[in-house]
Design a protein around this ligand. Structure first.
Ligand code: NFE
Length: 503
């Protein structure tokens, strides 16, 4: 039986998932990106310094990650010497955006897969937010309208958390988290400019001086976000995990993992990062080699050649190409299928003995769940790894604010060369993000983005192997083949952004 479960909601962009279900088991899955965009085409011929502005428009959720990847790529192409303050400001902007994004993903995009929003109808307290929510849901349940109370209802059939306290507490935090997300974005905006598309980010630094007022405002906001992470986000996540322990084993991808490493300690291109980079294939972590990345298009809607390296990338749309089922390309690493994102980021760091707090948290939570760290590529593992990332990022950002020298330079003089090229590698919230720029005659001659959701939601490659999300869906048992709440939970655990994936 073939069933489309798309358009999948509570994610960014246009994703359809085509499943084949036999005896309640998903025996095949196709991840279909349903939109063409073409940023790499219209960047050609532009001033290179436009790139970190234009590529932010790829996405309204992770724009800063694109600006930072583009800035790193340009720093390499211009051979810029980035001042320490410049790198710190990049980190402060990008890191706060991660915190915003993890909260958005957990509460608004995923929590209601598990939390029973109808539990609010039994609420008898006096909290204003919850009373409002109760009226909203009560009205919706009685209205008979098929889309009565978005974003809360309708919902898929399945089992939800039964404990009223867990449900009500998480719903309260669902509402509160919106204010906290705003604070994280305000923190980024202090140095980068207003969310979502910051005008202040440049190669090597930012346009806003890091004076004492700006630093202390940033610190105050991040302290509030950190408090929410420790006292609300982590406990809510663990409560969900306690109610659905089977999801430590559901939704496991069947390839390797890659992280480019997140948040450099210093200004140099090869500075160690808060979370270390690496590729994990067959149990071994290796150094990332950008030359090993290729993009297949046999099943993607492009007529340009398949299997090209990043430096050769081409993009000729072919909407009616036979056999093609997605606008997302299929990136591979030396031919390997890779999962990127929070689980990859944490696992690659953990297995290299990187961050001490990561090690402690992973050991603690893996012990509680009775899983091996290698099993973090599950629905709950991905959620947990976002929370672990949030904990270490918040501390790192506060520490970085102490490293700023307010009287030192915060942006270098930028001189665009006649010719040059550079890679920019960072971790967006959703995973490994690469930008490549080549400059000829002072203009952009070639620009390529290989984006987290392009890896995770990739279609088959030329040899027919499914992408990470497709492989995570195949083999899953679904109670109700028409609705497939289990598949939706798997998709959401990857936090796909199709706007980014097709760029
Ligand atoms: Ni549009 Fe993005 C992130 C990037 S995902 S959200 O995080 O890059 O592919």
């Amino acid at each position: 039986m073939k069933i489309d479960i798309g358009p999948v909601t509570r994610l960014e962009g246009h994703l359809n998932i085509n499943t084949t279900v036999e005896n309640n088991i998903i025996t095949d899955a196709k991840s279909m990106g349903e939109m063409f965009r073409g940023f790499e085409v219209f960047l050609l011929g532009r001033d290179p310094l436009d790139a970190q502005q234009i590529t932010q428009r790829i996405c309204g959720v992770c724009p800063y990650a694109h600006a930072i990847a583009s800035s790193y790529a340009q720093e390499a192409a211009y051979r810029l010497r980035t001042p320490p303050n410049g790198r710190i400001l990049h980190n402060l902007i990008q890191g706060a955006n991660h915190l915003y994004d993890y909260l958005l993903h957990f509460y608004q995009l995923s929590a209601l897969d598990f939390i029973d929003v109808t539990a609010i109808t039994g609420y008898t307290g006096k909290d204003r937010d919850l009373t409002h929510l109760k009226e909203w849901v009560n009205h919706a349940l009685g209205s008979g309208d098929s889309h009565p109370a978005a974003p809360f209802l309708p919902r898929l059939s399945g089992t939800y958390v039964t404990d009223a306290d867990i449900n009500i507490t998480a719903l309260k935090h669902y509402v509160e988290s919106l204010e906290i997300q705003k604070k994280a974005n305000r923190a980024s905006a202090i140095f980068g400019g207003r969310f979502p598309h910051a005008t202040g980010i440049f190669p090597g630094g930012c346009t806003r001086p890091p004076d004492i007022d700006a630093i202390s405002s940033y610190q105050a906001l991040i302290h509030e976000v950190k408090h929410f992470i420790h006292h609300k986000y982590l406990p809510d996540l663990l409560a969900v995990a306690g109610a659905f322990p089977e999801y430590w084993h559901i939704g496991q991808s069947k390839g390797g993992f890659m992280s480019y490493g997140l948040l450099p300690f210093g200004p140099e291109p090869d500075s160690p990062r808060l979370l270390s980079p690496g590729v994990l294939i067959d149990g071994k972590v290796e150094t990332v080699k950008t030359g090993a990345i290729t993009e297949d298009v046999k099943f993607a809607k492009y007529s340009s050649p398949s299997g090209l390296k990043v430096t050769q990338g081409r993009l000729t749309p072919a909407p009616h190409k036979e056999g093609a089922y997605s606008w997302v390309k299929a990136p591979r690493y030396g031919g390997h299928v890779l999962e990127v994102g929070p689980a990859a980021r944490i696992l690659v760091d953990y297995l290299q003995g990187g961050n001490e707090t990561v090690k402690q948290l992973v050991d603690r939570f893996a012990g509680m769940a009775d899983i091996r760290p290698e099993q973090l590529n599950s629905v709950l593992g991905r959620h947990l790894c976002r929370a672990v990332s949030a904990v270490v990022i918040a501390d790192f950002l506060l520490d970085q604010t102490e490293q700023i020298n307010p009287s030192a330079p915060f942006i270098p003089e930028i001189k665009i060369p006649e010719a040059g090229e550079g890679f920019g590698l960072t971790e967006a919230s959703r995973g490994a993000l690469l930008h490549y720029i080549r400059i000829r005659n002072y203009k952009i001659d070639h620009y390529e983005c290989v984006v987290p959701t392009t890896w995770n939601c990739s279609p088959r490659d030329d040899t027919g192997r499914p992408g990470a999300l497709e492989s995570a869906l195949i083999g899953t048992r679904v109670e109700d083949p028409a609705q497939q709440i289990e598949a939706n939970r798997i998709v959401h655990s990857f936090d796909p952004c199709l706007a980014c994936a097709v760029h």
